[in-house]
Design a protein around this ligand. Structure first.
Ligand code: UDX
Length: 439
């Protein structure tokens, strides 16, 4: 099929490359001339394992092209995918202005019957509005179906998630549109679930918010473990054997970040409230996560009440490993607190150094390696479980730090090995006080 994709952010770009990989002819559109120029040469604007290789393969096969000229790309497409961003408004609602703008442009440009596929995460009912906008903007007598088709890819594993997804959700009331969607995804070999358009819109929010809820729940239990002397890893292992619970998304830590969970929990909460309904579980997940971000800071203050002039190593800055994304990364607000209290930050991340320096307005805090960040430090805070960081040996902490105090927000290390090496080690929900001793 001939497909146009609007937006080359995470969702748009990975979707475009995925369709090309499965043999469709794809034109991806974005307003950002720099991004389009780079992509045309095979350079990805985002760090995502495997993406650039797949992009270059598809360029070489002439199955994908990039342009800033949306009108031409939409004019004769069989399907147009909307993958532009839905950022958060100040009140937590989703900002839909980019989507509506694209919908207008699509309506004005299309010259033949086509599908408009909405991949962006949008509040329930938005597809109806998109359909109205497209219909009202039409300049030719053509038939358009707007289909909801939420995206479930996660950053860091986006290519794998697209090519080996757990399901493809199609939301439409039109039999013909459903058939075309099934044809579009035929080569994907993934389970296809066809539902109403509103249900499809809600599947996305409900899935993300449920995962966020799972994380906030486990973080609360982890905090309780710290108080009661139980170990969260043993507790979640015991829980995970129950297939009704499952063993994924039970990793305790300093809370969820990224471009989806924080935004989508607030957006669904806002949407429900707008209809006079309070989603109490989501409200709790949001509040717990907000607090959890600073859990290492509370632990640090107990050890070092005055942070002024103290050297603090910060390892891992991105919201999760294998991405350069710093959106809602807990490292950022924590480093702002450290800066405010006069601590000397020595930060290291395998990928996101320049971006962090820009956000915090200080390049001097960036160090070139784990060792440089630890050098002479009074404490070390760990925010992201990059492999390189988890591979740091207890000896390295001991040899480089002034005082080996390690506060691990991602439970990267064996607590016994760290304690045996003489390191003051604290993590999330894994207290050392009550180590299991067999009699
Ligand atoms: C998420 C969803 O997983 C994906 O399906 C959706 O399409 C977009 O949102 P993403 O935000 O890229 O993907 O990453 P994910 O791996 O889900 O992690 C989100 C956050 O939760 C990260 O900060 C991660 O560290 C945290 N997390 C995840 C935990 O704290 N514990 C866990 O057990 C899992």
């Amino acid at each position: 099929m001939k497909i146009a994709v609007a937006g080359v952010g995470y969702v748009g770009l990975v979707t475009a490359v995925g369709f090309a990989h499965h043999g469709h002819m794809v034109t991806a559109v974005d307003l950002d001339t720099q991004k389009i120029a780079g992509l045309t040469k095979g350079i990805s604007p985002i760090y995502e394992p495997g993406l650039e290789t797949l992009l270059q393969e598809q360029l070489a096969a002439n199955r994908i092209q990039f342009t800033t000229d949306g009108a031409s790309a939409y004019a004769d497409a069989d399907a147009i995918v909307i993958g532009v961003g839905t950022p958060e408004n100040e009140d937590g609602s989703a900002n839909l202005s980019a989507i509506y703008q694209v919908a207008r442009e699509i309506g004005q440009s299309i010259q033949k019957d086509c599908l408009v596929i909405v991949k962006s995460t949008v509040p329930v009912g938005t597809n109806d509005k998109i359909e109205t906008i497209v219909q009202e903007a039409l300049k030719h007598a053509v038939h358009v179906d707007v289909v909801s088709n939420p995206e479930f890819l996660a950053q860091g594993s986006a290519i794998y998630d697209t090519l080996h997804g757990s399901r493809i959700v199609i939301g439409t009331e039109s039999r013909a549109a459903e058939e075309k969607m099934r044809e579009l995804y035929d080569a994907y070999g993934q389970p296809i679930l066809a539902v109403s358009r509103r249900s499809a819109e809600l599947v996305k929010y409900a899935s993300n918010d449920f995962l966020a809820l799972k994380i906030s729940f486990v973080n609360e239990i982890a905090n309780l473990c710290d108080i009661l002397g139980a170990d969260i890893e043993e507790v979640t292992e015991g829980m995970g054997y129950d297939p009704r619970i499952g063993n994924s998304f039970l990793r305790a830590g300093i809370g969820y970040g990224g471009s989806c969970f924080p935004k989508d929990t607030k957006a669904l909460h806002w949407l429900a409230e707008d209809h006079g309904f309070v989603l109490r579980t989501i409200e709790a997940a949001i509040k717990i996560n907000e607090k959890q971000k600073y859990v290492l800071m509370h632990k640090l203050r107990k050890e070092l009440p005055n942070l002024a002039g103290k050297k603090i190593a910060v390892l891992g800055l991105t919201f999760k490993p294998n991405t350069d994304d710093l959106r809602e990364a807990p490292s950022i607000p924590n480093m702002r607190v450290l800066q405010k209290e006069g601590a000397i930050i020595q930060a290291y991340d395998p990928i996101a150094m320049a971006k962090t320096a820009e956000i915090l307005g200080d390049a001097t805090i960036m160090k070139n390696s784990v060792e440089e960040a630890l050098d002479g430090a009074d404490a070390c805070l760990i925010f992201t479980e990059w492999n390189e960081i988890c591979a740091t040996s207890p000896d390295t902490f001991n040899n480089y730090m002034a005082t080996p105090l390690v506060l691990d927000g991602r439970n990267c290390f064996d607590k016994h090995a760290m304690a045996l090496a003489g390191i003051t080690y604290q993590s999330i929900g894994r207290p050392l006080a009550k180590v299991r001793q067999l009699q």
